[in-house]
Write a protein that binds this ligand. Structure first.
Ligand code: HEC
Length: 167
């Protein structure tokens, strides 16, 4: 009898823990959205994007930004780009070029990425998004990879324009 009581208590505890877990897993996005909309500066206009693009190194200065934008849709489910926007499944990418890998405060990176010592530049991002798992076994980015080099160039140009890349 006593034993059964304990088992039931344990089951109740487990259920409580589970529902607490579900709660913490579902509530952050709502908070993040709120933070995102208040901290989000106006989107960069196409005209300004073209001006910024002209300052980029080749081949990004002549890349197809609208193709980059449509390919970035693949990343957008996990990554925000503007300054102050929240981390989601992946870290906020504002200022990523020139930044040390795995250095966004409050984001829970894999040990593998933390150990790389990389500084993100176009070449590293290009390799990374070609096939993250092959590039870095143990990485947490569950993205199948972007195999077309032109798509990667266009996506990186789009990222540079929208993450505050400094030439
Ligand atoms: C399913 C979610 C998901 C998708 C889709 C995704 N990422 Fe990620 N990304 C992550 C996660 C998670 C990490 C952290 C990886 C780690 O810690 O190993 C990450 C890390 C990164 C980093 C390193 C950031 C840093 O602070 O060091 C870059 C750059 C990046 N992703 C770019 C991209 C680009 C570009 C795309 C689209 C081509 C993309 N990601 C698609 C989840 C995703």
């Amino acid at each position: 009898m006593r034993h059964m009581g304990l088992t039931l208590a344990a089951a109740a505890l487990a259920a409580a823990a589970l529902s607490a877990c579900n709660k913490s897993a579902t509530s952050p996005p709502a908070d993040q959205n709120a933070a995102g909309s208040s901290a989000t500066p106006a989107a960069i206009s196409d005209q300004d994007a073209k001006k910024i693009q002209a300052t980029l190194p080749a081949p990004y200065n002549t890349a197809d930004l609208s193709n980059g934008e449509s390919k970035f849709a693949l990343c957008q489910t996990c990554h925000t780009l503007v300054e102050g926007a929240p981390n989601m499944t992946g870290p906020n990418l504002h200022g990523v070029f020139g930044r040390k890998a795995a250095s966004v405060a409050g984001f829970n990176y894999s040990d593998a990425l933390k150990a790389t010592g990389w500084t993100w530049d176009a070449a590293h991002v290009d390799t990374w998004i070609t096939d993250p798992k092959a590039t870095l076994p143990g990485a947490k980015m569950t993205f199948a990879g972007m195999k077309d080099p032109k798509d990667r160039t266009d996506t990186i140009a789009y990222l540079m324009v929208h993450t505050g890349f400094k030439p």
